[in-house]
Each structure stands twice: as structure tokens, then as C-alpha cells.
Design a protein around this ligand. Sequence first.
Ligand code: CO
Ligand code: CO
Length: 323
Amino acid sequence: MLDYRSLGLVNTRGMLRRAYEGGYAVPALYFISAEQVNAIFDAAGEEGSPVILLASPNLRGQLGGFLTARMVQGAVERLRAEGLAVEAALHLDHGKSYQQCVEAIEGGFSSVMIDGSALPFEENIALTRRVVEYAHRYDVTVEAELGALGDEHLGADSLDYTDPEGAAAFVRATGVDSLAMAVGTCHGMVKLRPGPDGRLPELRYDLLARTAELLPGFPIVLHGASCLPPECVAMVNRYGGRIPAAAGIPEEQVARAAGMNVCKVNIASDGWITAMAHTRRVLAENPGAIDCRVFTGVTRGALRELYRHKMQLLGSAGRLGEG
Ligand code: CO
Ligand code: CO
């Protein structure tokens, strides 16, 4: 059992409570490599922002659970050695089973998501409650999901908005620490499709507001909230990529949700596409390169700027907690 506190990490309870009270949200950022971990901590250090590192269950398979946690520990220690304060959580994203959550907690994760959203309501409650009982023994925080986020592979019809009354019952029955709600965001590269009137739909702020009435002080999580800037998609395509269509959530919509009860915003696609655009560009500009460092440094710098921007957009910059 690797205790996350020994790695210099915290769970998400304090950072999400302060985000609720302060009307902002903490960015949750994906990583699969050392450059990405460094970029996340570069940005957190420069902006004085709390941060959540997202690891998928697959990552633990690819890197091994041991390296995943130790890489993050190393980055925390680097910042502290530079005299900077750090407030970071290591979070398992979309845990599929009780066992995956247990293994993550044993491997040094400070927070886990159990995604039982595909299960019937009562089974989702039972699974989530089991994970909460185990996780809380070690003061690890738990996120669950209710409703179905859109998924471009399943089509727009796959989106099933989360009902606030159901969310309130779910939270009371499980004791979960945060909840991912479906309010109009979507995993993948096409997050929004214009309606019959040709206008982009808005996130369902009404569902968030009603949930805040029923669950005052309770933090909501937004998945699939990348903005997918057109210039970044264009850069990928200009340098040999082929992304035919991309439509992210407009920044002002994400910022508005962050000002409400949304306290954690997951950002995956924006990181992927930024890294991809700059890697493709630098490889095209350096056709004779044989040293991978020609792109690792560029990727790190581009991601650092993206993440700094997200911290400013969501309002988490300058919001480090004590200790
Ligand atoms: Co907020
Ligand atoms: Co997600």
C-alpha cells in the first residue's frame, strides 16, 4: 500500500470545497508521459493553481501503477525544491470496476472515479457505495457518474441529461464526494452540433442550478469540456494530420459553469490536440531530426501555455490552499 500522502499529494476534498465557495473550478489534466506531467506542474507552479492529474485505467496498464504515481511524486518534489507550493491530486478517471479503484488506491492515488453510469440506477448506487466505503477508509475521495455523457462514437442520441432529483438521491445514498453530470458536454472531437436553427446549443445551466438547490455545497464535475480551438485543429491538418471535423465547447460556456457548482473540469482533447499539432509542426520543420528531444521540449512548452490558460479561464490561478 502506497499512501498518497507520502508522495506529497492531497485528495480533492479541500480543493473542490474552496472552488465551490470561491466560484471557480480546478482543471483536471490528462497525462501519459513525463513531458506532460512536467507541463502540468510547470503551469501549476507558475499560476499558483491547485491541480488534478488524470490517469486512465489504461495508463496504469501501460506504465505500471508504480511508475504512474512515482512520476507525479517526482514532479511534486521538483516544484518544492524550487521553493514553490504545490497542491496536487492524482485521480483515476473512469474507473470501471471496484477492483480497479482498489488497485489505484493501493498504488498511491488520492482520488478515484467509479463510473457506473451504464448500470441501472440502483446498481450504480450499490457499486459506488462499495467504492466509497473502501476509499474513505484511506481518506481517498470518490467521484461517480450519473446520466450519459454524449459520445461521438455513439451518436448525439447517446446523451442522456442527468436529472437533478436523481442526482440528489444518488449522492445521499452513496456518500460520494463529487458527481459527473451530463449537462450537454461530450467526449471526443465533436462536442456540439448546431440545432435545427443553426445555432450551437448551450450547456444546461438550469440542471446545474437545480442541483445546487438540492445539494448546496456539493461539487459537480464536467467531463468532455475541451474547447478545441480551430487554429489548433488547423495546425494538425496543415502538417499532415487529418481531423475532418472538430467542435468544442465555447470557452465562455465552460467559464460560466465553473462559476456555478462545477468545481472540476476534465480536459483531455485540448491537451491531445495541442501536443499533436506542435509535434507534427516541429517534425515537418525538422525532417532530418533523429533526436526525439526536438519535439518533447516543444510539446512541453505548448502544453504549459495551454494549461496556464485553462487555470486562468477556470479561475483556479492563485488559489493554492494552505499546507
Ligand atoms: Co465552481
Ligand atoms: Co470523461
